[in-house]
Design a protein around this ligand. Structure first.
Ligand SMILES: [Zn+2]
Length: 159
């Protein structure tokens, strides 16, 4: 885990994380995305980025709001940034995701969900919370591979 503070964050106004939003960053290199999120002018951040080699980058503390979903709604709630942890996968929108990304991303999300008591049905895509406006992590994201890693890790954590 590599922590790089992003200036693009703010307080959660009386809310705790109760869902996960999965993104693709649309970038061509991990380093480029890390640099972009570290710059105030981008006005964008995720809590976590899963790099192409499975490395996890963190930019914002989970108890703070990251700026990843913009105009969005889910289950009667608008502005899901307020209530979500944003997890992005490094992917340019057409390249294949790497198996190691599904595994490390799945383990990461299992850990977040366990700590905040977030159920699996509240792991959603950016496309789902911003319909008609966003399509990431795109149709080539293999939800079965990702959710398998998530489920195996969650099962390991059962008391
Ligand atoms: Zn997104």
């Amino acid at each position: 885990m590599i922590f790089t503070q992003s200036p693009n964050q703010s307080g959660r106004i009386g809310h705790k994380p109760s869902m996960i939003v999965i993104h693709a960053d649309g970038g061509t290199t991990d380093a480029g995305t890390v640099e972009w999120i570290s710059r105030a002018e981008s006005r964008v951040s995720y809590h976590y980025l899963v790099g192409r080699d499975g490395e996890i980058y963190q930019f914002v503390n989970e108890n703070r709001k990251a700026w990843h979903s913009g105009r969005s709604f889910w289950d009667g709630f608008t502005n899901v940034n307020e209530i979500s942890v944003g997890v992005s996968f490094a992917n340019n929108g057409s390249e294949p995701y790497k198996q190691i990304q599904y595994e490390e991303g799945g383990y990461l999300v299992a850990d977040i969900c366990e700590r905040h008591n977030i159920p699996a049905h509240r792991i959603r895509s950016h496309a789902e919370v911003s319909p008609g406006r966003k399509e990431d992590p795109y149709s080539h994201f293999d939800w079965a591979a990702f959710l398998l890693a998530y489920a195996l890790e969650s099962r390991e954590r059962m008391p």
